[in-house]
Ligand binder design. Structure first.
Ligand code: GLC
Length: 518
């Protein structure tokens, strides 16, 4: 409970994730920026979101598009400056929208002054102790210290000229920090306070299950795993020491009433996941089960049940997402084309009917599909590091279409946008969708409006009997039904509030969801 006995704002809200490179470009260089976000806040207010999560906008060489931070307390000129951030915070707050930023504690950029100093200093020096430098194995130390692989492909170690190796769980330009060194937390505290003092409402904390490394850095049992994935027992992540780090972070955040911390926690086991949101750790953690579920009644129900169970033991708040900047767009994931879009729209109604906190990724409300980009356009480090076997995450990061009939669709004045925009996106542009009551944008707006009007649909989710291939649940007066099968199913009793596709008679067509009041 908050100080006035009301539930904190972040326990039942809709976050909108802004990928700043791709949201809106105000400066005409083909890359989105902070003033571009500020200029479109009325769009976000009309959409009806409560809070924004901005992907990193700090100074960065952009090897991983901002997740390689060279100065955590300054804005990269590509996105603007501190005054631009202040304008965005103020303009968001004027519209009743909260603003959260993305912090990256697991690693820095190799251009961070600390790492530059470490490279210029001797093995064993205080400067090297801020990162994870080790001697190699073998007679001349020419073998990496252990067998760890980078999440982006290739070895997780790079050798420096004096023969030592440094650890980077991600790109070679993202050296892992040594969280056993108290200087690292002291600096992170300075960063947390820096942004909170400027009025931001909290943070999404990148790789929240990283940071702590196991003593002795033992080998991984298996190295032949899919890029960008890992299991709970992988020694690179989810080590017990991470919880002391979250407690230290929480002590700082608690100095700012109302501020929220949301962790990126790729941990599958429910008990281990719950540990991250104990009352003195993170406020929220992303649960990715729904995002990983196929468009299948059994999988959807399991994912929902699991996500609810994951937080129940610590009385935590469930979180839900169908998309983010690291995964394939849901329209494409669910089969692409008309069926993929119909399913993504149906899942939007499932998502927005769920209790707790929901995250919507920019462009999801437009039903944007994944874009098949030409090889030459690819920028994600995964493409290079995988030896061109994995195309990476650029396909879900293509700039948003706002208006007009040709690229760049009002996103920028520069037709040469940082990723090319498909020429057939005119019907998906905001301007076109806003005036069409059947568009995906209109569906999101209406669903968010109903969710807001009926605040507290009811906290408890109750499963109702469902025909084969369908999922039906109730939350207070709301009934949500989705048909994932190939045959129409009977609609439950209740007044029709909203549907993701046409309703004919008393039936719900395949690939469709409906909200009823009952
Ligand atoms: C997280 C981010 C991802 C980034 C990685 C390394 O998983 O969501 O985009 O590449 O961390 O910082």
């Amino acid at each position: 409970m908050g100080p006035d006995n009301r539930a904190p704002w972040w326990q039942d809200c809709v976050f909108y994730q802004v990928y700043p490179r791709s949201f809106a470009d105000s400066s005409g260089d083909g890359v989105g920026d902070l003033d571009g976000v500020t200029a479109h806040l009325d769009y976000l207010r009309e959409l009806g979101v409560d809070a924004l999560w901005l992907n990193p906008v700090m100074v960065s060489p952009m090897a991983d598009h901002g997740y390689d931070v060279a100065d955590p307390r300054a804005i990269d000129p590509l996105f603007g400056d501190l005054a631009g951030l202040d304008r965005l915070v103020a303009a968001s707050h004027e519209r009743g929208i909260r603003l959260t930023m993305d912090l990256v504690p697991n690693h820095t950029s190799s251009a961070h002054p600390w790492f530059v100093e470490a490279l210029g200093s001797a093995p064993g020096s205080r400067e090297r102790e801020r990162y994870i430098f080790r001697d190699g194995r073998g007679p001349d130390g020419a073998q990496a210290p252990n067998n760890w692989i980078s999440v982006f492909g290739g070895p997780a170690w790079t050798r420096v000229p004096d023969g030592q190796w440094y650890l980077h769980l991600f790109d070679v330009q993202q050296p892992d920090l040594n969280w056993d060194n108290p200087e690292v937390m002291a600096d992170f505290e300075t960063t947390l306070r820096f942004w909170l003092d400027r009025g931001v409402d909290g943070f999404r904390i990148d790789v929240s299950h990283g940071m702590a490394k196991p003593p002795g850095l033992p080998d991984m049992p298996v190295t032949d795993i899919k890029l960008l994935t890992h299991q709970d027992d992988d020694p690179r992540f989810n080590r017990p020491g991470v919880h002391a780090i979250h407690r230290a972070i929480r002590r700082v955040v608690d100095d700012y009433p109302g501020a929220v911390s949301v962790g990126e926690v790729w941990v599958h086991d429910n008990a281990q996941f719950a540990a991250y949101i104990r009352p003195d750790e993170l406020h929220l953690a992303f649960n990715f089960r729904l995002l990983q579920a196929e468009f299948d009644a059994g999988e959807i129900r399991d994912a929902i049940e699991n996500s609810l169970a994951a937080v129940a033991s610590v009385a935590g708040t469930p979180t839900w997402a169908l998309e983010n900047h690291d995964v394939q767009r849901s329209v494409t994931r669910y089969g692409d084309g008309a069926a993929g879009l119909a399913r993504a729209r149906a899942m939007a109604l499932v998502l927005l009917a769920l209790p707790g906190t929901v995250f919507v990724y920019n462009g999801q409300e437009l039903g944007l599909p994944e874009v098949e980009l030409p090889d030459a356009a690819l920028q994600d480090p995964v493409w290079e590091r995988s030896g061109h076997t994995e195309r990476g995450r650029d396909g879900c990061r293509v700039p948003l279409p706002w208006s007009g009939d040709t690229p760049p669709f009002g996103f920028s004045d520069d037709p040469d946008t940082w990723l090319p925009m498909p020429s057939d996106w005119a019907p998906l542009a905001v301007e076109h969708q806003a005036s069409d009551p059947d568009s995906t944008l209109s569906l999101y707006r209406r669903a968010l409006e109903i969710r807001r009007e009926r605040a507290g649909f009811g906290e408890r989710l109750e499963w109702l009997p469902a025909p084969e291939g369908a999922v039906v649940f109730r939350r207070g007066t709301l009934i949500c039904v989705v048909n994932t099968g190939s045959q129409p199913v009977a609609l439950p009793e209740g007044a029709r509030l909203l549907s993701s596709g046409p309703l004919t008679g008393a039936e719900l067509a395949p690939n469709t969801a409906a909200w009823l009041s009952g």
